[in-house]
Design a protein around this ligand. Structure first.
Ligand code: AMP
Length: 400
C-alpha cells in the first residue's frame, strides 16, 4: 500500500487534524530557540491545512523528559515561534491529554491551531502505549504525520495513534522525504554514488551492506575510513580504528568489489599529534602516517580523487563528514567535498545531522537538491529498513 497524503483528502474544512510534527528544536539556557529549521519545514503543510480551514492540533516532543513533566522541555517556545512565523495565534494546551485539553480541542474554530504539550511528558509515548495513544487522539478525525525525523521510532504519537484515527495521512515534508529517497535509492538515475563519513564504522555497517546492492560507487571518508585502511594493512597510527570491526569492514569491502561497486578510500590525510584545535598538523599519504599521530581529515589528493569519482555521477547520497570539521584545522576536506557535491551535475541528497551542519557552514545549502530532516531516520532508510512510522501510514492510509 502507498502512503496517502493530506492533499488527497477531499474536504478538510472544519475537520480536526492531529498533526505530528518534529519541533524538537535546540534551545539556549534561557529557552530561546537557536535554530528553527524544523518548525519552518512544516509550514507548507500547516499553511495548506489552514487555507482549507481545518482545525489543527499539533503534537511534538522536545528533548528527553523521560516520561515526566519538566518545564524546561515545554513546547511553549516552539508554539511562540510558530505563531510568529505564521502571523497568527497558536494556543498552547496545558497538557497533551486529559479533559481540559479535550475541551480546548472541542472549542476550536476552523483555522485555529492548538499546540499540545510535550508528548514525552508521558511514558506511554516512548512505550508506544495503545491507551495513551487513544487519549492523544483528543477527538481528532484525521492524522497527519509530518515528522519524518521521528518516523523510525515506534512511539505512540508516531505509530500506535494511527490505529485509532479514521483517516491516516502524511504531510508535505514527509512527501518530499519519500520522493527524494525514492529518486536516490529505489529508482536512481545512474551512476549512483554514496559518500559515507563520520566517526565510526559501527552504526554504519548495515548501511554499507545495503548500499553494496544498490550503488555504483562508495566513497568512504571520516574516522570510519581508518578501520578499512588498517584492515588493508596500512599503519594508521593513533587514528580512530574499531579493531573488532576490521573483519566485518573487510567482508563488506570484498562484497562491494565482487559486486563491481567501485570503492574509494582516502589516499592522503591531515594528521595531528593530538586531538586538539591547536595540535601540530601536517598532510601525509596514507602510507606515511607517523607513529603516534592521528588522521583527522582527508587530504588534498583525496579531495581531488573523490571529486573526480563524482564527475560522471547522476545521483549522490551523502551521510557523514570527511573529518573533524568542527575544528577549523580539520574542516577543509569536508568543505571541499560539500563544494564538489554542490557543484556536481547530479541529483544530490544529504542526510544526517552533522552533514547538514557542514553544508550550512560551507554556505552551499541552496545548491544541494535535498537535505533530509532526518538523521537516524535517514540512516535507517539507507539500511533498507521499513520505518514503523511509515509502515503504519502505508498500512492504514487507504483503509477509510
Ligand atoms: P557520525 O555521528 O558518526 O556521523 O560522526 C560525526 C563525527 O565524526 C563528527 O563529529 C566528526 O568530528 C567525527 N569525525 C570525522 N572524521 C573523524 C576522524 N578522522 N577522526 C575522528 N572523528 C572524526
Amino acid at each position: 500500500m502507498s502512503i496517502r497524503y493530506i492533499d488527497e483528502i477531499d474536504n478538510l474544512a472544519g475537520k480536526k487534524i492531529f498533526m505530528r510534527v518534529d519541533f524538537n528544536v535546540p534551545l539556549d539556557e534561557n529557552q530561546n530557540i537557536t535554530e528553527d529549521t524544523r518548525i519552518r519545514a512544516v509550514l507548507p503543510t500547516l499553511n495548506y491545512a489552514l487555507d482549507q480551514k481545518a482545525k489543527i492540533v499539533l503534537a511534538s516532543h522536545l528533548g528527553r523528559p523521560k516520561g515526566e513533566r519538566k518545564e524546561k522541555y515545554s513546547m511553549a517556545p516552539a508554539a511562540k515561534r510558530l505563531s510568529r512565523l505564521l502571523g497568527k495565534e497558536v494556543k498552547l494546551a496545558p497538557d497533551c491529554i486529559g479533559p481540559e485539553v479535550r475541551a480546548m480541542v472541542d472549542a476550536m474554530q476552523p483555522g485555529d491551531i492548538l499546540m499540545l504539550e510535550n508528548v514525552r511528558f508521558y511514558q506511554g509515548e516512548e512505550k508506544n502505549d495503545a491507551d495513551f495513544a487513544k487519549e492523544l487522539v483528543n477527538g481528532c478525525e484525521i492524522y497527519v504525520n509530518d515528522a519524518f525525523a521521528v518516523s523510525h521510532r515506534a512511539h505512540a504519537s508516531v505509530e500506535a495513534i494511527a490505529n485509532f484515527i479514521p483517516v491516516v495521512t502524511a504531510g508535505f515534508l514527509m512527501k518530499n522525504e519519500m520522493n527524494y529517497f525514492d529518486k536516490a535509492m529505489q529508482n536512481p538515475i545512474r551512476p549512483l554514488v554514496a559518500i559515507l563519513g563520520g566517526a565510526k564504522v559501527s552504526g554504519k555497517i548495515e548501511v554499507l551492506e545495503n548500499l553494496c546492492d544498490k550503488v555504483d560507487k562508495i566513497i568512504i571518508g571520516g574516522g570510519m575510513a581508518f578501520t578499512f585502511l588498517k584492515g588493508l594493512g596500512y599503519n594508521v597510527g593513533k587514528s580512530l580504528v574499531e579493531d573488532s570491526l576490521i573483519d566485518t569492514a573487510m567482508a563488506t569491502y570484498q562484497k562491494a568489489r565482487e559486486k563491481g561497486v567501485k570503492f574509494y578510500l582516502p589516499v592522503d590525510c591531515v594528521v595531528a599529534d593530538q586531538f586538539n584545535p591547536a595540535a601540530e598538523t601536517k598532510v601525509c599519504t596514507i602510507q606515511e602516517i607517523p607513529e603516534g599521530w592521528m588522521a583527522l581529515d582527508i587530504g588534498p589528493a583525496t579531495v581531488t580523487l573523490f571529486a573526480e569519482a563524482l564527475q560522471n555521477s547522476k545521483t549522490i547520497v551523502w551521510n557523514g563528514p570527511m573529518g573533524v570539521f568542527e575544528m577549523d584545522a580539520f574542516s577543509r576536506g569536508t568543505f571541499a567535498m560539500v563544494s564538489a557535491v554542490a557543484n556536481s551535475y547530479a541529483l544530490t541528497i544529504v542526510g544526517g545531522g552533522d552533514t547538514d551542519v557542514a553544508v550550512h557552514r560551507a554556505g552551499e545549502y541552496a545548491k544541494i537538491s535535498y537535505i533530509s530532516t532526518g538523521g537516524g531516520a535517514f540512516l535507517e532508510l539507507l539500511e533498507g529498513k521499513k520505518l514503523p512510522g511509515i509502515k503504519v501510514l502505508e498500512d492504514n492510509g487507504h483503509k477509510n
